[in-house]
Design a protein around this ligand. Structure first.
Ligand code: NAD
Length: 292
């Protein structure tokens, strides 16, 4: 396939490289990042998009997505697929999809989980909103860049799935960390705590697969001085998107809101910026009851 790829940063770069390595004809554009091996460099986003059957965007946020969409939608061929893989607000995803459809294009929002390691290894999970026909066209590309793609319904539903998942993840990580800090103060050994919880009703991905206590459970960023992994800054971004969506949709999300506020303090006022999101454990270790 002829593919245009816009946004070749930490995630987009390796995703584009994997598509090129699989034999697709990839033309890429980024304002700053280098074009990876095997990808042809375009002089603008519109040039990367003009001739493509599928145009993939992997950009920082919804405002940038809307602005890039303004450039590429008029340049794309009728019937081509606009496939956005960025994590953005549901409203931007739906607005961009509507503009694309009005211009005779197919549109998908397909945010990912799996991080930079997943992008490099081609093991991402895609959560996809948009028409099933567009999903079927993009499916072989999802299979190269990832190991799983779930069609979640109409436009915006990929972003909805992503922020609901990450709201659960943020809240579970926090409570797992505070439970370890409580266990410490009660004199309960961390390994014993892990052995019980990981096989009891408190188990979760945060405990079982990504344990925030160093030296316990499978290898995770806690074993590497909390270098990300999944940075607290990115968790904060996703929790903010979840709270924005909750407000728009009039949903009551008190635990998600508490998680967002904690990550906000951790990143903006404490030492969380640039650390893994599981570094909440050393944060709680240092605090006393009611310190918030
Ligand atoms: P990044 O900052 O490394 O890459 C974004 C790229 O977009 C940059 O290279 C930037 O130069 C480029 N860009 C910005 N404006 C542009 C424009 N107008 N035209 C062309 N290029 C432009 O970010 P990333 O880590 O690759 O993340 C990309 C998206 O993936 C984000 O929405 C992020 O939330 C999401 N995501 C990231 C991770 C992760 O672990 N990094 C995991 C899941 C999802």
């Amino acid at each position: 396939m002829k593919i245009g790829f816009i946004g070749l940063g930490n995630m987009g770069g390796p995703m584009a490289a994997n598509l090129a390595a699989a034999g697709h004809e990839v033309t890429g554009f980024d304002l700053a990042a280098p074009v990876p091996d095997g990808v042809t460099k375009a002089a603008s986003a519109a040039e990367a998009a003009a001739d493509a059957e599928v145009v993939i965007t992997m950009l920082p946020n919804g405002d940038i997505l809307r602005s890039v969409a303004g450039e590429i939608v008029p340049a794309m061929k009728t019937g081509a697929v606009f496939l956005d893989c960025s994590t953005v607000d549901v409203a931007s995803a739906r607005a961009v999809a509507e503009d694309a459809k009005a211009a005779g294009l197919l549109a998908l929002d397909a945010p990912v989980s799996g991080g930079i390691g997943g992008a490099q290894g081609g093991t991402l999970t895609f959560m996809v909103g948009g028409d099933k026909a567009a999903f079927d066209i993009a499916k072989p590309l999802f299979d190269i860049m990832g190991q799983k793609a779930v069609h979640c319904g109409p436009s915006g539903n990929g972003q909805a799935a992503k922020i609901c998942n990450n709201m659960i993840l943020g809240a579970t990580m926090i409570v797992t960390c505070e439970a370890f800090a409580l266990a410490d103060k009660l004199g309960l050994d961390r390994q014993a705590m892990f052995d019980v919880v990981s096989t009891s009703s408190g188990y979760s991905w945060s405990m079982n697969a990504y344990c925030p206590a160093p030296g316990i459970g499978p290898k995770s960023p806690s074993d590497n001085d909390y270098k990300p992994g999944f940075a607290a800054d990115l968790m904060l971004k996703d929790l903010r998107l979840a709270m924005q969506a909750a407000e728009t949709a009039d949903a009551d999300t008190p635990i998600g809101e508490a998680a967002m506020k904690l990550y906000e303090r951790f990143v903006e006022q404490e030492d969380g910026r640039g650390r893994d999101f599981s570094a909440m454990l050393p944060r709680f270790e240092k605090r006393g009851h009611g310190e918030g």
